[in-house]
Design a protein around this ligand. Structure first.
Ligand SMILES: [Fe+2]
Ligand SMILES: [Fe+2]
Length: 296
């Protein structure tokens, strides 16, 4: 067996605190989001939780870190600079890959702000100027394929959408990678299956069809803020899809406390071995191993 490569995955930091908003920024969808934050969310998304989780993750010395969106909350202009400072504290563009979530493209006015702010963290190896989705980044034995499901939506909606152009480009990238011996990881903010009409990926069925035809080895997502393992049909074997809680969350209602995953990936003969380790925060803000599972 080859030496293992370790990929860490965290998601949905919803970076606290929310900066003071100007009244004119709070029209439409943001007004409801602002109320929701000031009444509820600020109680559950805590910077000290996020800092403890990231410190523990860094102590594990992963080879690469994937962050699957919802870095900010209302996509206010004033949220992006602190978000970039935070991401720079997590790691360099060489060691960290991000994709946007629906909160990063909360309203039309700032929907492209995320890709501009984090361009170096989501630029594909092909080196095209600017940020384009999907992108492919090779790191060790991995091919990280990032897509954007982040689109502005109507108030109270948190749906995502890839669109035909992105799906077609994804199909092309995966066709190219199929002749390669890379461990293919798809990064997508929204899960590929949801029972919630207002939170789902609206073209999930089309994405699942691409994955069934081309295959990947692992899917990482956020958005639901819960521990999740689902399996989807791939080209020649089933694909595990793993979701994580928000990286800044205190346990509340049906949402678990902040956690992240480590994936230990190694080549064994002509197949991949992938072991998932879940580490999460306890009531005293200490991070502990919750479980370890061999996915393949
Ligand atoms: Fe989120
Ligand atoms: Fe989300």
């Amino acid at each position: 067996m080859t030496a293992a490569f370790t990929l860490a995955h965290l998601s949905d930091p919803h970076l606290p605190p929310l900066p003071a908003a100007r009244l004119r920024d709070l029209a439409g969808k943001r007004a409801l989001g602002y109320l929701n934050w000031t009444r509820n969310r600020h109680k559950y998304h805590r910077r000290e939780v996020l800092d403890a989780l990231v410190a523990d993750m860094k102590a594990q010395q992963p080879d690469h870190i994937a962050v699957t969106g919802d870095l900010v909350n209302l996509a206010l202009e004033a949220e992006f600079a602190p978000a970039r400072t935070w991401l720079e504290s997590v790691g360099t563009p060489q060691n960290v890959t991000v994709i946007p979530g629906n909160h990063d493209a909360y309203v039309r006015g700032t929907r492209h702000r995320f890709a501009g702010t984090f361009e170096k963290y989501l630029r594909g190896d092909a080196g095209a100027d600017g940020a384009t989705f999907p992108f492919v980044r090779r790191r060790g034995p991995l091919a990280l394929v990032g897509v954007s499901s982040a689109v502005p939506t109507a108030p109270l909606m948190a749906t995502g959408r890839l669109g035909r152009a992105q799906l077609d480009a994804l199909d092309g990238h995966l066709a190219q990678l199929s002749t390669d011996e890379a461990f293919r990881v798809l990064l997508v903010h929204h899960p590929l299956h949801s029972d919630s009409r207002i939170k789902r990926l609206t073209d999930a069925k089309a994405l699942r069809a691409v994955l069934k035809a081309r295959g990947v080895d692992l899917i990482l997502h956020g958005h639901d803020h819960i521990h999740s393992t689902m399996w989807f049909e791939g080209a020649d074997r089933r694909i595990p899809a793993i979701g994580v809680p928000s990286a800044s969350a205190l346990a509340h209602r049906h949402y678990p406390a902040a956690a992240y995953n480590l994936f230990s990936i190694a080549r064994d003969g002509n197949q991949w071995r992938c072991v998932q380790t879940v580490r999460g925060i306890d009531a005293d803000f200490r991070v502990q191993q919750i479980k370890q599972v061999a996915l393949t």
